[in-house]
Design a binder for this molecule. Sequence first.
Ligand SMILES: Cc1ncc(COP(=O)(O)O)c(C=O)c1O
Length: 311
Amino acid sequence: MNPSKFIWKNGELLPWESATVHVMSHALHYGTSIFEGIRCYKTNEGRAIFRLDAHMRRFVESAKMYRIPLKHSQEQLMEGCRQTIDANGLTNAYIRPLSFYGAGSLGVVPGSNVPVETVIIAIEWGAYLGEEGLTQGIDVCVSSWSRTTSSSIPVLAKAGGHYLNAMLIGGEARRNGYVEGISVSDKGTISEGSAENIFLIRDQIIYTPPLGAAILGGITRASIIELAKSLGYEVVEQQLPRELMYVADEIFFTGTAAEVTPVRSVDGIEVGCGSRGPITEKIQSAFFGLFDGTTPDAHRWLDPVPTTTKA
Ligand SMILES: Cc1ncc(COP(=O)(O)O)c(C=O)c1O
């Protein structure tokens, strides 16, 4: 972790060290938080946050699904993200907006005496699944833990408590020597990586599980679907049996942290030729091209962050 100088808390920029919580905070006990993960990139026109609007829309919607009353509007939170980047003098950065129930009561159902706190943190953070993985591909496994489904939690919300499931999936994989774990849904169909969506390619067609397959509706996933279509590929969102991964020509993960990371083996079985495949490479270039200007920002996904303060 690279500490930065300031953290936005409830509308104010506080020094990093002062942004603390009480041990009675409800979220510490029960996982009652919602959050986002967003990246800011260096571009030819200055730094820009990728799909800030879509991320903060999902943030507000996560709160809605859990009936957490936010004190700030989507626009105020978007401005908070820009301010946090600017105040810290960051360019290539990871932004973590987080709202949680603070200290007030130990009852499981938070009442009006339990405050909702909101913070926005921005730090420098490199490739989540390793720099080498971006070009070489990573080795992954199917987890023995299945993904929690919408019959018990609103899977489409990005909420703190959901990540206990993700921790089990990713942790088991790492203990067994893999870089990441893939979960299946309660029906045995492919869901996603512990913190990434998944795409499979077979016979030039790109497949990805639909929103109903117990996945987070990834912003990178949605962006890659658009980019792949604009490159002329057919993209099919459908339930996918686990075994399709063993005979796929190519597989890759998408996510804000993981960006576009090729998968070179699943459960020890090589995917295609056992390295990054040609379609994955094209899609990866189209994605990273958004930041170096080689892919036009046709959808206005880049939200510029002008420099207004001296860091
Ligand atoms: C469980 C899970 N799935 C998928 C993703 C990818 O989503 P996004 O592309 O919006 O970062 C993430 C990361 O946020 C995640 O935590």
